[in-house]
Write a protein that binds this ligand. Structure first.
Ligand code: PMP
Ligand code: PLP
Length: 426
Protein backbone atom coordinates (compact mmCIF):
# COMPACT_ATOMS: atom_id res chain seq x y z
CA UNK A 1 0.00 0.00 0.00
CA UNK A 2 1.29 3.40 -0.95
CA UNK A 3 -0.37 5.51 1.76
CA UNK A 4 1.13 8.76 0.48
CA UNK A 5 -1.31 8.49 -2.44
CA UNK A 6 -4.22 8.91 -0.03
CA UNK A 7 -3.03 11.87 2.07
CA UNK A 8 -4.14 15.47 1.64
CA UNK A 9 -1.45 18.13 1.40
CA UNK A 10 -2.39 19.35 4.89
CA UNK A 11 -2.05 15.91 6.43
CA UNK A 12 1.20 15.22 4.58
CA UNK A 13 2.66 18.45 5.90
CA UNK A 14 2.07 17.61 9.59
CA UNK A 15 5.24 17.31 11.66
CA UNK A 16 5.70 15.92 15.17
CA UNK A 17 5.60 18.52 17.93
CA UNK A 18 9.13 18.72 19.38
CA UNK A 19 7.78 19.28 22.90
CA UNK A 20 5.41 16.31 22.69
CA UNK A 21 8.41 14.16 21.62
CA UNK A 22 10.37 15.28 24.69
CA UNK A 23 7.39 14.53 26.95
CA UNK A 24 7.12 11.02 25.56
CA UNK A 25 10.93 10.54 25.94
CA UNK A 26 10.66 11.65 29.55
CA UNK A 27 7.83 9.17 30.25
CA UNK A 28 10.10 6.33 29.09
CA UNK A 29 13.13 7.45 31.21
CA UNK A 30 14.08 6.36 34.77
CA UNK A 31 12.82 8.55 37.64
CA UNK A 32 16.40 9.75 38.28
CA UNK A 33 16.14 11.89 35.12
CA UNK A 34 15.78 15.58 35.99
CA UNK A 35 13.69 17.10 33.28
CA UNK A 36 13.51 20.83 32.80
CA UNK A 37 11.89 20.13 29.45
CA UNK A 38 8.21 19.98 28.68
CA UNK A 39 5.64 22.53 29.70
CA UNK A 40 3.66 20.50 32.19
CA UNK A 41 2.12 22.66 34.92
CA UNK A 42 2.66 21.64 38.55
CA UNK A 43 -0.32 19.51 39.61
CA UNK A 44 0.21 20.49 43.27
CA UNK A 45 -1.43 23.77 42.32
CA UNK A 46 -4.56 22.01 40.97
CA UNK A 47 -7.61 22.08 43.27
CA UNK A 48 -8.70 18.44 42.85
CA UNK A 49 -7.16 15.95 45.26
CA UNK A 50 -8.67 12.46 44.95
CA UNK A 51 -11.77 10.70 43.73
CA UNK A 52 -13.81 7.57 44.31
CA UNK A 53 -16.29 6.51 41.66
CA UNK A 54 -18.92 3.91 42.52
CA UNK A 55 -19.52 1.35 39.80
CA UNK A 56 -23.06 -0.06 39.51
CA UNK A 57 -21.92 -3.63 40.30
CA UNK A 58 -20.56 -2.51 43.68
CA UNK A 59 -16.94 -2.05 42.54
CA UNK A 60 -15.16 1.28 42.92
CA UNK A 61 -12.70 3.13 40.73
CA UNK A 62 -10.40 5.11 42.99
CA UNK A 63 -7.96 7.88 42.26
CA UNK A 64 -5.54 8.33 45.16
CA UNK A 65 -3.45 11.50 45.23
CA UNK A 66 -0.77 10.08 42.91
CA UNK A 67 -3.31 8.76 40.40
CA UNK A 68 -5.22 12.03 40.56
CA UNK A 69 -2.09 14.04 39.74
CA UNK A 70 -1.58 11.86 36.68
CA UNK A 71 -5.27 12.13 35.73
CA UNK A 72 -5.05 15.92 35.83
CA UNK A 73 -1.84 16.10 33.77
CA UNK A 74 -1.00 16.05 30.06
CA UNK A 75 -0.47 12.59 28.59
CA UNK A 76 0.61 10.97 25.31
CA UNK A 77 -1.34 11.99 22.20
CA UNK A 78 -2.09 8.42 21.08
CA UNK A 79 -3.56 7.49 24.48
CA UNK A 80 -2.34 6.26 27.87
CA UNK A 81 -0.27 3.06 27.45
CA UNK A 82 -2.31 0.73 29.70
CA UNK A 83 -5.58 1.61 27.92
CA UNK A 84 -3.98 1.13 24.50
CA UNK A 85 -2.63 -2.27 25.54
CA UNK A 86 -6.08 -3.34 26.73
CA UNK A 87 -7.72 -2.09 23.55
CA UNK A 88 -5.13 -3.72 21.29
CA UNK A 89 -5.75 -7.09 22.96
CA UNK A 90 -9.49 -6.62 22.54
CA UNK A 91 -9.18 -5.74 18.84
CA UNK A 92 -6.88 -8.71 18.30
CA UNK A 93 -9.29 -11.09 20.04
CA UNK A 94 -12.46 -9.75 18.39
CA UNK A 95 -11.19 -9.11 14.87
CA UNK A 96 -7.84 -10.90 14.64
CA UNK A 97 -6.79 -8.51 11.86
CA UNK A 98 -4.52 -10.40 9.45
CA UNK A 99 -2.35 -7.32 8.94
CA UNK A 100 -0.89 -7.60 12.47
CA UNK A 101 2.73 -8.50 12.13
CA UNK A 102 3.00 -7.18 8.58
CA UNK A 103 6.04 -5.09 7.86
CA UNK A 104 5.89 -1.33 8.32
CA UNK A 105 5.71 -0.71 4.56
CA UNK A 106 2.79 -3.07 4.15
CA UNK A 107 0.86 -1.26 6.84
CA UNK A 108 1.36 -2.69 10.31
CA UNK A 109 -1.76 -2.20 12.44
CA UNK A 110 -1.85 0.49 15.11
CA UNK A 111 -4.41 2.20 17.32
CA UNK A 112 -5.00 5.52 19.01
CA UNK A 113 -7.51 6.80 21.52
CA UNK A 114 -9.86 9.57 20.33
CA UNK A 115 -12.30 11.93 22.00
CA UNK A 116 -15.27 9.92 20.76
CA UNK A 117 -15.35 8.21 17.38
CA UNK A 118 -16.63 11.47 15.88
CA UNK A 119 -13.19 13.03 16.46
CA UNK A 120 -11.57 10.02 14.80
CA UNK A 121 -13.90 10.25 11.79
CA UNK A 122 -13.46 13.97 11.38
CA UNK A 123 -9.66 13.62 11.47
CA UNK A 124 -9.74 10.65 9.08
CA UNK A 125 -11.72 12.69 6.55
CA UNK A 126 -9.41 15.69 6.93
CA UNK A 127 -6.45 13.37 6.37
CA UNK A 128 -7.86 11.79 3.20
CA UNK A 129 -10.31 14.10 1.43
CA UNK A 130 -9.34 16.89 -0.95
CA UNK A 131 -11.76 19.40 -2.49
CA UNK A 132 -13.26 17.85 -5.62
CA UNK A 133 -12.51 14.24 -4.60
CA UNK A 134 -15.15 11.63 -5.28
CA UNK A 135 -16.12 9.94 -2.00
CA UNK A 136 -18.38 6.87 -1.79
CA UNK A 137 -20.94 6.15 0.93
CA UNK A 138 -24.35 4.58 1.32
CA UNK A 139 -26.89 7.30 2.07
CA UNK A 140 -28.97 7.87 4.11
CA UNK A 141 -26.09 8.15 6.52
CA UNK A 142 -25.14 9.62 9.88
CA UNK A 143 -25.60 13.39 9.78
CA UNK A 144 -22.34 13.85 11.76
CA UNK A 145 -20.48 12.19 8.89
CA UNK A 146 -22.06 14.55 6.38
CA UNK A 147 -21.20 17.49 8.65
CA UNK A 148 -17.54 16.46 8.70
CA UNK A 149 -17.31 15.57 4.99
CA UNK A 150 -19.37 18.13 3.11
CA UNK A 151 -17.38 21.25 4.08
CA UNK A 152 -14.25 19.59 2.64
CA UNK A 153 -15.73 20.30 -0.78
CA UNK A 154 -15.77 16.70 -1.97
CA UNK A 155 -18.29 15.15 -4.31
CA UNK A 156 -20.24 12.55 -2.37
CA UNK A 157 -21.49 9.67 -4.51
CA UNK A 158 -24.30 7.52 -3.15
CA UNK A 159 -24.01 3.74 -3.35
CA UNK A 160 -27.50 2.19 -3.28
CA UNK A 161 -28.31 0.12 -0.18
CA UNK A 162 -31.14 -1.89 1.36
CA UNK A 163 -31.87 -3.40 4.79
CA UNK A 164 -28.55 -5.27 4.55
CA UNK A 165 -26.58 -2.10 3.90
CA UNK A 166 -24.45 -1.31 0.87
CA UNK A 167 -25.22 -3.45 -2.20
CA UNK A 168 -21.98 -4.79 -3.76
CA UNK A 169 -23.49 -5.04 -7.27
CA UNK A 170 -24.54 -1.40 -7.03
CA UNK A 171 -21.02 -0.44 -5.89
CA UNK A 172 -19.60 -2.32 -8.86
CA UNK A 173 -21.94 -0.42 -11.15
CA UNK A 174 -20.93 2.95 -9.66
CA UNK A 175 -17.24 2.05 -9.97
CA UNK A 176 -17.61 0.93 -13.58
CA UNK A 177 -17.46 4.63 -14.53
CA UNK A 178 -13.70 4.38 -13.95
CA UNK A 179 -11.06 2.22 -15.55
CA UNK A 180 -9.42 -0.04 -12.93
CA UNK A 181 -6.08 0.13 -14.68
CA UNK A 182 -5.99 3.92 -14.47
CA UNK A 183 -6.73 4.54 -10.80
CA UNK A 184 -3.06 5.16 -10.00
CA UNK A 185 -2.63 7.83 -12.66
CA UNK A 186 -2.35 11.29 -11.10
CA UNK A 187 -5.22 12.57 -13.26
CA UNK A 188 -7.61 9.78 -12.19
CA UNK A 189 -10.82 10.94 -10.56
CA UNK A 190 -11.63 7.44 -9.26
CA UNK A 191 -12.79 7.44 -5.62
CA UNK A 192 -10.04 6.59 -3.14
CA UNK A 193 -12.24 6.19 -0.07
CA UNK A 194 -15.47 4.45 0.80
CA UNK A 195 -17.31 5.09 4.07
CA UNK A 196 -19.91 2.83 5.61
CA UNK A 197 -21.66 2.03 8.92
CA UNK A 198 -21.67 -1.79 8.88
CA UNK A 199 -23.94 -2.55 11.86
CA UNK A 200 -27.20 -1.03 13.04
CA UNK A 201 -26.70 1.90 10.66
CA UNK A 202 -27.61 5.39 11.74
CA UNK A 203 -30.35 6.12 10.64
CA UNK A 204 -31.41 2.97 8.73
CA UNK A 205 -30.69 0.28 11.33
CA UNK A 206 -29.24 -1.79 8.46
CA UNK A 207 -26.50 -4.38 9.10
CA UNK A 208 -24.23 -5.82 6.41
CA UNK A 209 -23.78 -9.55 5.95
CA UNK A 210 -20.29 -11.09 5.93
CA UNK A 211 -20.72 -11.94 2.27
CA UNK A 212 -21.49 -8.36 1.31
CA UNK A 213 -18.45 -7.16 3.25
CA UNK A 214 -16.23 -9.64 1.43
CA UNK A 215 -17.58 -8.48 -1.95
CA UNK A 216 -17.16 -4.79 -1.07
CA UNK A 217 -13.60 -5.49 0.17
CA UNK A 218 -12.76 -7.20 -3.16
CA UNK A 219 -13.97 -4.14 -5.07
CA UNK A 220 -11.90 -1.91 -2.79
CA UNK A 221 -8.88 -4.05 -3.72
CA UNK A 222 -9.62 -3.78 -7.44
CA UNK A 223 -9.86 0.01 -7.28
CA UNK A 224 -7.22 0.44 -4.54
CA UNK A 225 -9.59 2.19 -2.13
CA UNK A 226 -9.46 2.61 1.64
CA UNK A 227 -12.59 1.63 3.57
CA UNK A 228 -13.64 3.68 6.59
CA UNK A 229 -15.53 1.28 8.85
CA UNK A 230 -17.54 3.44 11.28
CA UNK A 231 -18.86 0.87 13.72
CA UNK A 232 -20.23 2.49 16.93
CA UNK A 233 -23.06 -0.09 17.10
CA UNK A 234 -20.78 -3.12 16.80
CA UNK A 235 -21.34 -3.99 20.46
CA UNK A 236 -25.10 -3.48 20.01
CA UNK A 237 -25.62 -6.45 17.68
CA UNK A 238 -28.57 -8.36 19.09
CA UNK A 239 -27.84 -11.74 17.52
CA UNK A 240 -24.73 -13.84 18.01
CA UNK A 241 -22.38 -14.70 16.45
CA UNK A 242 -21.55 -11.11 15.55
CA UNK A 243 -20.84 -10.53 11.88
CA UNK A 244 -17.15 -10.55 10.91
CA UNK A 245 -15.87 -6.98 10.46
CA UNK A 246 -14.03 -5.43 7.52
CA UNK A 247 -11.04 -5.21 9.87
CA UNK A 248 -11.07 -8.98 10.29
CA UNK A 249 -10.80 -9.39 6.49
CA UNK A 250 -8.10 -6.80 5.95
CA UNK A 251 -5.17 -8.54 4.28
CA UNK A 252 -3.81 -5.38 2.62
CA UNK A 253 -4.06 -2.68 5.30
CA UNK A 254 -6.89 -0.75 3.65
CA UNK A 255 -9.36 -0.61 6.57
CA UNK A 256 -9.55 2.28 9.01
CA UNK A 257 -11.98 1.40 11.74
CA UNK A 258 -13.57 3.72 14.29
CA UNK A 259 -14.94 2.24 17.52
CA UNK A 260 -16.87 4.06 20.22
CA UNK A 261 -17.49 3.64 23.93
CA UNK A 262 -20.43 6.05 23.64
CA UNK A 263 -23.13 3.41 23.49
CA UNK A 264 -21.64 1.07 26.09
CA UNK A 265 -19.72 3.04 28.76
CA UNK A 266 -20.60 6.70 28.39
CA UNK A 267 -21.32 9.16 25.60
CA UNK A 268 -20.39 12.19 27.70
CA UNK A 269 -16.92 11.01 28.74
CA UNK A 270 -16.04 11.34 25.02
CA UNK A 271 -13.88 8.33 24.27
CA UNK A 272 -13.43 6.12 21.24
CA UNK A 273 -10.56 4.62 19.28
CA UNK A 274 -9.20 4.30 15.76
CA UNK A 275 -7.64 1.10 14.42
CA UNK A 276 -5.82 1.05 11.11
CA UNK A 277 -2.53 0.94 9.23
CA UNK A 278 0.24 2.54 11.29
CA UNK A 279 1.21 5.16 8.67
CA UNK A 280 -2.36 6.49 8.76
CA UNK A 281 -2.85 6.28 12.53
CA UNK A 282 0.45 8.21 12.89
CA UNK A 283 -1.02 11.04 10.77
CA UNK A 284 -4.14 11.16 12.95
CA UNK A 285 -1.99 11.33 16.08
CA UNK A 286 -0.06 14.28 14.60
CA UNK A 287 -3.40 16.03 14.05
CA UNK A 288 -4.39 15.28 17.67
CA UNK A 289 -1.06 16.75 18.83
CA UNK A 290 -1.97 19.96 17.06
CA UNK A 291 -5.60 20.10 18.19
CA UNK A 292 -6.85 18.54 21.44
CA UNK A 293 -3.35 17.17 22.37
CA UNK A 294 -5.02 14.03 23.73
CA UNK A 295 -8.31 12.67 25.06
CA UNK A 296 -8.87 13.71 28.70
CA UNK A 297 -6.36 11.81 30.85
CA UNK A 298 -8.97 11.58 33.63
CA UNK A 299 -11.46 9.96 31.25
CA UNK A 300 -8.85 7.51 29.96
CA UNK A 301 -7.67 6.49 33.45
CA UNK A 302 -11.23 6.04 34.67
CA UNK A 303 -12.13 3.82 31.71
CA UNK A 304 -8.81 1.97 31.83
CA UNK A 305 -9.12 1.15 35.54
CA UNK A 306 -12.62 -0.22 34.99
CA UNK A 307 -11.61 -2.30 31.97
CA UNK A 308 -8.56 -3.73 33.74
CA UNK A 309 -10.61 -4.66 36.79
CA UNK A 310 -13.30 -6.26 34.61
CA UNK A 311 -10.94 -8.03 32.24
CA UNK A 312 -12.23 -8.91 28.79
CA UNK A 313 -14.77 -11.38 30.22
CA UNK A 314 -16.25 -8.80 32.56
CA UNK A 315 -16.40 -6.29 29.72
CA UNK A 316 -18.23 -8.75 27.45
CA UNK A 317 -20.64 -9.63 30.27
CA UNK A 318 -21.42 -5.94 30.59
CA UNK A 319 -21.99 -5.80 26.81
CA UNK A 320 -24.42 -8.73 27.09
CA UNK A 321 -26.49 -6.74 29.61
CA UNK A 322 -26.47 -3.69 27.34
CA UNK A 323 -27.57 -5.83 24.38
CA UNK A 324 -30.36 -7.37 26.44
CA UNK A 325 -31.67 -3.90 27.25
CA UNK A 326 -31.65 -2.61 23.67
CA UNK A 327 -33.09 -5.84 22.30
CA UNK A 328 -36.06 -5.57 24.67
CA UNK A 329 -36.48 -1.93 23.67
CA UNK A 330 -36.34 -2.86 19.99
CA UNK A 331 -39.01 -5.51 20.52
CA UNK A 332 -41.21 -3.00 22.36
CA UNK A 333 -40.87 -0.50 19.53
CA UNK A 334 -41.66 -3.10 16.86
CA UNK A 335 -44.73 -4.22 18.86
CA UNK A 336 -46.01 -0.67 19.08
CA UNK A 337 -45.25 -0.04 15.42
CA UNK A 338 -47.21 -3.19 14.51
CA UNK A 339 -50.06 -1.98 16.69
CA UNK A 340 -50.36 1.63 15.50
CA UNK A 341 -48.57 2.02 12.18
CA UNK A 342 -48.83 -1.24 10.30
CA UNK A 343 -50.42 -1.73 6.89
CA UNK A 344 -51.71 1.65 5.83
CA UNK A 345 -49.53 4.10 7.76
CA UNK A 346 -45.86 3.16 7.57
CA UNK A 347 -43.36 0.45 6.59
CA UNK A 348 -40.04 -0.62 8.09
CA UNK A 349 -37.52 -3.44 8.61
CA UNK A 350 -36.83 -4.53 12.21
CA UNK A 351 -33.16 -3.69 12.95
CA UNK A 352 -30.83 -6.44 14.25
CA UNK A 353 -28.43 -3.94 15.86
CA UNK A 354 -28.21 -0.39 17.13
CA UNK A 355 -30.85 1.98 18.49
CA UNK A 356 -32.88 3.11 15.49
CA UNK A 357 -36.03 2.23 13.57
CA UNK A 358 -36.19 3.79 10.09
CA UNK A 359 -39.74 4.15 8.84
CA UNK A 360 -41.23 5.17 5.53
CA UNK A 361 -44.48 7.04 6.06
CA UNK A 362 -47.11 6.22 3.45
CA UNK A 363 -48.63 9.14 1.62
CA UNK A 364 -46.19 11.67 3.10
CA UNK A 365 -43.87 13.01 0.40
CA UNK A 366 -41.64 14.90 2.81
CA UNK A 367 -41.50 14.41 6.58
CA UNK A 368 -39.67 17.67 7.32
CA UNK A 369 -42.76 19.85 7.60
CA UNK A 370 -44.84 17.15 9.26
CA UNK A 371 -42.28 16.65 12.02
CA UNK A 372 -41.06 20.20 12.53
CA UNK A 373 -44.51 21.78 12.60
CA UNK A 374 -47.33 19.35 13.23
CA UNK A 375 -45.59 16.70 15.34
CA UNK A 376 -44.63 19.18 18.03
CA UNK A 377 -48.28 20.18 18.40
CA UNK A 378 -49.11 16.51 19.02
CA UNK A 379 -46.15 16.29 21.43
CA UNK A 380 -44.17 13.61 19.61
CA UNK A 381 -40.70 14.11 18.16
CA UNK A 382 -38.77 12.11 15.55
CA UNK A 383 -35.96 13.02 13.17
CA UNK A 384 -37.14 13.82 9.63
CA UNK A 385 -35.20 11.61 7.22
CA UNK A 386 -33.93 14.47 5.04
CA UNK A 387 -31.10 15.31 7.46
CA UNK A 388 -29.44 11.99 6.59
CA UNK A 389 -29.54 12.56 2.83
CA UNK A 390 -26.61 13.84 0.78
CA UNK A 391 -28.85 16.67 -0.43
CA UNK A 392 -30.96 17.56 2.60
CA UNK A 393 -33.36 19.62 0.47
CA UNK A 394 -34.58 16.56 -1.46
CA UNK A 395 -38.03 15.44 -0.26
CA UNK A 396 -37.80 12.40 2.02
CA UNK A 397 -40.72 10.23 3.20
CA UNK A 398 -38.74 8.63 6.07
CA UNK A 399 -38.39 9.32 9.80
CA UNK A 400 -35.91 7.96 12.37
CA UNK A 401 -37.21 6.78 15.74
CA UNK A 402 -34.73 5.96 18.54
CA UNK A 403 -35.66 3.19 20.99
CA UNK A 404 -32.77 4.00 23.35
CA UNK A 405 -34.23 6.43 25.84
CA UNK A 406 -38.01 6.19 26.13
CA UNK A 407 -39.90 3.55 28.09
CA UNK A 408 -42.03 0.98 26.20
CA UNK A 409 -45.13 2.87 27.47
CA UNK A 410 -43.79 6.17 26.10
CA UNK A 411 -42.88 4.52 22.79
CA UNK A 412 -46.39 3.12 22.52
CA UNK A 413 -48.01 6.50 23.24
CA UNK A 414 -45.61 8.23 20.81
CA UNK A 415 -46.60 5.89 17.98
CA UNK A 416 -50.29 6.36 18.80
CA UNK A 417 -49.80 10.12 18.44
CA UNK A 418 -47.76 9.63 15.26
CA UNK A 419 -50.48 7.48 13.67
CA UNK A 420 -53.10 10.19 14.39
CA UNK A 421 -50.79 12.79 12.92
CA UNK A 422 -50.22 10.85 9.71
CA UNK A 423 -53.90 10.03 9.28
CA UNK A 424 -54.75 13.72 9.69
CA UNK A 425 -52.09 14.70 7.15
CA UNK A 426 -53.43 12.29 4.49
N1 PMP B 1 -1.49 28.14 23.95
C1 PMP B 1 -0.32 28.34 24.60
C2 PMP B 1 0.43 29.65 24.36
C3 PMP B 1 0.19 27.33 25.47
O1 PMP B 1 1.37 27.50 26.11
C4 PMP B 1 -0.56 26.12 25.65
C5 PMP B 1 -0.18 25.02 26.59
N2 PMP B 1 1.18 24.79 26.71
C6 PMP B 1 -1.76 25.95 24.93
C7 PMP B 1 -2.21 26.99 24.10
C8 PMP B 1 -2.58 24.70 25.01
O2 PMP B 1 -3.28 24.63 26.17
P1 PMP B 1 -4.39 23.54 26.52
O3 PMP B 1 -3.69 22.55 27.42
O4 PMP B 1 -5.48 24.30 27.22
O5 PMP B 1 -4.86 22.94 25.22
N1 PLP C 1 -20.76 7.33 13.94
C1 PLP C 1 -22.07 7.02 13.94
C2 PLP C 1 -22.63 6.18 12.83
C3 PLP C 1 -22.90 7.47 15.00
O1 PLP C 1 -24.21 7.14 14.99
C4 PLP C 1 -22.34 8.25 16.04
C5 PLP C 1 -23.18 8.77 17.16
O2 PLP C 1 -24.37 8.95 17.07
C6 PLP C 1 -20.97 8.55 15.98
C7 PLP C 1 -20.21 8.06 14.93
C8 PLP C 1 -20.30 9.40 17.01
O3 PLP C 1 -20.01 8.69 18.15
P1 PLP C 1 -19.09 9.23 19.33
O4 PLP C 1 -20.01 9.58 20.45
O5 PLP C 1 -18.20 8.05 19.64
O6 PLP C 1 -18.33 10.40 18.82
Amino acid sequence: MNYARFLTAVSGARKPSPIRLLTELQQRSPPSLISLAGGAPNPNTFPFQSATIQVKNGQTVTFDETAMKRALQYSASNGIPELLTWMKNLQKDLHNPPTIGYSQEKGQMDMCVTTGSQEGLCKIFEMLVNPGDNVLLDAPTYSGTLAALQPLGCNIINVPSDQHGMIPEALKEVLSRWDQSEVHKPCSTAPRILYTIPNGGNPTGASMTAERKRDVYKLAQLYDMLIIEDDPYYFLQFEKPWAPTFLSMDVDGRIIRTDSFSKILSSGLRIGFVTGPKPLVDRIVLHIQASTMHTSTFTQLMVSQLLHSWGQDGFLQHIDRVIEFYKTQRDAMINSADKWLKADVAEWHAPSAGMFLWMKLRGVADTQQLIMEKALEKEVLLVPGGVFMIDSSDPCPYVRAAFSLSTPEQIDEAFRRLSLLIKEAL
